[in-house]
Design a protein around this ligand. Sequence first.
Ligand code: DCP
Length: 232
Amino acid sequence: HKHQTRHKVPLFMVIVFVMLRMICIEGNIASGKTTCLEYFSKTSNMEVLAEPVSKWRNVRGHNPLALMYQDPTRWGLTMQTYVQLTMMERHLSAKSKAGPVCMMERSIFSAKYIFVENLYKSGKMPEVDYVVLTEWFDWITTNLYMPISLIVYLQASPETCYERLKQRCREEEKVIPLDYLRSIHQLYEDWLINQSSFKLPAPVLVIPADEDLPAMLRRYEESRDRVLTSGN
Ligand code: DCP
């Protein structure tokens, strides 16, 4: 069994996934991921997996996103456990959608390496919560096969994101200070650009994302072929 992989995954699942390209759009809060996804869903023949944030704002009538912003120490684990579940579902649902190219917003990796990490590092998440989430994450990523072909990183300054955040006025996010966006930005830079924190699950394509909407749409147009073909 010298070719055995680290993943305990049946061979037929591997074969199904080899046919599929999964592209994850990454970036800070309000960096423009949704616009990017919309652009590609309209201009290319691809499956775009629906935005999970609506689930995080309403799970059977509860709003874990709002709770986490109100009291991160109490509710951070609740929100991030649910994010991890919805992300896992998303990665796995790709195979049944049968399209040759699939795009999703964020990934189970950024949920852990950016958001959980940020809660823990800023002292807002108790160590036991962090450890339990880590055990779940390690189990999921070892035992389930969730390959990514390419990470598209929308690289926007925290100041740009802060302006966009204020403009869109999502109720839950009114409490987010600029410093929070700065921490998220730094974690993203260390992961995807400096490559000094966590292992990359796929190659990274960087798209600068500080410009206004028409300019961004032009950039997506220019990067289209690379997005659709580069990576694994
Ligand atoms: N969030 C979180 N933990 C995660 C993922 C997201 O706390 N693991 C929060 C951050 C935002 C909200 O969920 O308050 C939605 O985040 P996204 O950045 O994924 O979605 P946006 O709508 O902000 O993306 P964009 O504006 O780039 O389209």
